[in-house]
Design a protein around this ligand. Structure first.
Ligand code: ARG
Length: 585
């Protein structure tokens, strides 16, 4: 991968190999050399710590075999490198000096970021996530979007970008006509404010209003006239709409609070006034065709299964706008007013075609001309139940999210009740809340985003395996060692870190590598890479602690510093995954 902000070890090794290539092949330009630099961490430590793949890349440029080139690039041992070795077709395996890693770690002891630098050119990044539909409950698909989106936003914030988190709530359109009409008829006190309702009730009424709409012609007519009033922003209709949005908002915030999610609500209604301009804009560019009275954009390369061109409808035959129109308006606003450099939509796989199509339409319409804005749909798979089918409650309805989260917390409490008898009752409850929510988040983030994942309380709450509790257990252990040793950072900071045992070296290497993991996550947008890292970190830490005595040993100070840095790495990783920490469990 080409790094725009090379992590520490990469930049060190890249400098060394740049020099080597320059000397060996003086005719190459700097750009050519740069394009051939490729340093990757080794898959297995027995092959060294890193590997340089430049010989393969140079082969075509200089017309020699990679192995021959590799012999010319082999650096001599120095302060950074202890040994190198050519392997396979021409890889150069590199083993770093333990003193180099020790010095690096030494310099990071008091750095809360443990050396992870911020980007040199911060971008304005919009992360659009969660985005439920007003008057409906959030479902597990929204949960994935919320957890993944929050984690990506946290990552970008940590790396120093300017992040705008947006909740593109589905808060506008024809369904509101039905619901307002229904409330007027059956629950007028809700609209006058004399009675209150919660989101569950509202969602139930919404379903009933839809039924009525399909069955009762006069109700249908009345609903349609409500929509017209709403679009004309008549006070009555707007007030009713406001109440519906407020009830929904309170329902969502219950979930966001529990999950500790910060997000700005900017629903579809925000773009309402810009919708007609979208039509004008595309008409002016002669990109709009009429199809049965609807206004459509036909995009090259998009055809139906039967081979017919697929239209992107931007205005229906009844004059109404739709989902795509709003997305085009939002995209324009985000590029031209928010001046975003990168826009990410965290939305399930099922909507991929919609995103491909409207982004393509924007491209055709010239949205990106003279702009360096990258727009992406960041898809994710389904949440599956234990039986491998789409996650559902026993009642057959999509699971109510708040119940699902609360159940994770109460199950976590049951486990602590039996396991953690040393905790007082109140602490059991507060710890269960953290561990339960952590478990749900981590189960999602540690799965490959693009694939479906199986939701299992039993698995996610376990204390063993790749789970949040297992990671937190390592973190708790660190704190108890520190307490036992009366670890004091100020006092310890002046002591030297020495890396002698293989487990110390492995842990040290890993600590330095967190930076690469985070930067590569900002490219791939796959949180499971960070989850894997933390899982390995926990395992390396346990192996180190098993094999390297700390308290009372000669190496106590050095090892306590290593443990301190491990603690910081966990804290950074946890905070990016949105996991809260506990001090006992
Ligand atoms: N409200 C939509 C849903 O629940 C998701 C919105 C996704 N974002 C977008 N810009 N279309 O399915």
């Amino acid at each position: 991968m080409q790094w725009s902000n090379p992590p520490f070890i990469h930049s060190t090794l890249e400098k060394i190999f740049f020099g080597k290539i320059e000397t060996a092949f003086p005719n190459l330009t700097k750009e050519q050399i740069s394009s051939c630099l490729e340093i990757t961490p080794s898959k297995q430590i027995k092959f060294g710590h890193y590997q340089c793949n430049s010989a393969m890349k140079l082969s075509k440029l200089v017309g020699a075999s990679p192995r021959e080139i590799a012999t010319k690039l082999l650096p001599k041992p120095d302060v950074y490198i202890s040994s190198t070795q050519i392997a396979g077709p021409g890889f150069i395996n590199i083993t770093l000096k333990s003193s180099f890693l020790a010095n690096r770690l030494q310099s990071l002891i008091k750095d809360p970021r443990i050396g992870i630098k911020k980007v040199t050119h911060p971008k304005r990044i919009i992360v659009e996530f969660s985005s439920p539909n007003t008057a409906k409950e959030l479902h597990v698909g929204h949960l994935r979007s919320t957890i993944i989106g929050d984690s990506l936003a946290r990552l970008f914030e940590f790396l120093g970008h300017d992040v705008l988190r947006l909740n593109h709530v589905g808060d506008w359109g024809t369904p509101f006509g039905m619901l307002i009409c229904y409330l007027k008829k059956f629950h007028p006190k809700i609209l006058s404010g004399a009675e209150i309702a919660d989101l569950s009730l509202l969602a139930k009424w919404y379903k009933e209003s839809r039924k009525l709409f399909d069955q009762d012609e006069s109700f249908k007519k009345a609903s349609q006239s409500e929509v017209i009033d709403l679009q004309a922003r008549k006070k009555d209709a707007m007030d009713a709409w406001g109440i519906i949005c407020q009830i929904s908002r309170e329902g969502y915030s219950e979930i966001y609070d529990l999950l500790d999610i910060k997000i700005e609500e900017r629903g579809e209604s925000y773009y309402h006034d810009a919708l007609s301009k979208v039509i004008d804009y595309f008409e002016e560019k002669s990109l709009v065709s009429n199809s049965d009275g609807a206004k459509c954009i036909f995009l090259p390369d998009f055809v139906s299964k039967e081979g017919n061109p697929l239209p992107l409808i931007i205005q229906k035959s009844d004059g109404g706008y739709n989902y795509a129109t709003t997305d085009l308006a939002a995209l324009h606003q985000r590029i031209y007013e928010e001046k975003a450099n990168r826009i990410l939509h965290i939305v399930d796989n099922g909507q991929s075609l919609h995103f491909q199509m409207f982004i393509k339409a924007a491209e055709l319409g010239g949205y990106f001309e003279g702009k360096q804005t990258e727009v992406q749909h960041i898809p994710f798979g389904l949440v599956l139940g234990a039986d491998g089918t789409k996650f559902k409650t026993r009642a057959g309805d999509s699971e109510k999210l708040i119940d699902l989260l609360n159940l994770a917390v109460s199950k976590s409490y049951q486990i602590l009740k039996d396991r953690s008898t040393h905790l007082k009752e109140a602490e059991k409850h507060s710890t269960a809340k953290i561990l339960g929510i952590n478990a749900v988040k981590y189960a999602d983030l540690s799965s490959l985003r693009t694939k479906d994942y199986q939701f299992s309380y039993e698995k996610m709450l376990q204390f063993e395996g790749n789970t949040a509790a297992f990671l937190m257990y390592a973190y708790v252990r660190i704190q108890s060692i520190q307490a036992k040793a009366h670890f004091d950072l100020e006092e310890a900071a002046s002591c030297a870190i020495e890396l002698k045992e293989p487990q110390e070296l492995q842990l040290a290497l890993y600590l330095v590598q967190l930076e690469e993991v985070l930067y590569s996550m900002s490219e791939t947008l796959l949180p499971n890479r960070l989850a894997d890292y933390l899982y390995h970190l926990a395992n390396y830490f346990h192996a180190f602690f098993r094999d390297c005595p700390v308290i009372g040993s000669q190496e106590e100070k050095s090892r306590l510093l290593l443990i301190h840095l491990t603690q910081k790495a966990f804290e950074i990783g946890f905070s990016i995954l949105g996991l809260k920490t506990v001090s006992r469990m």
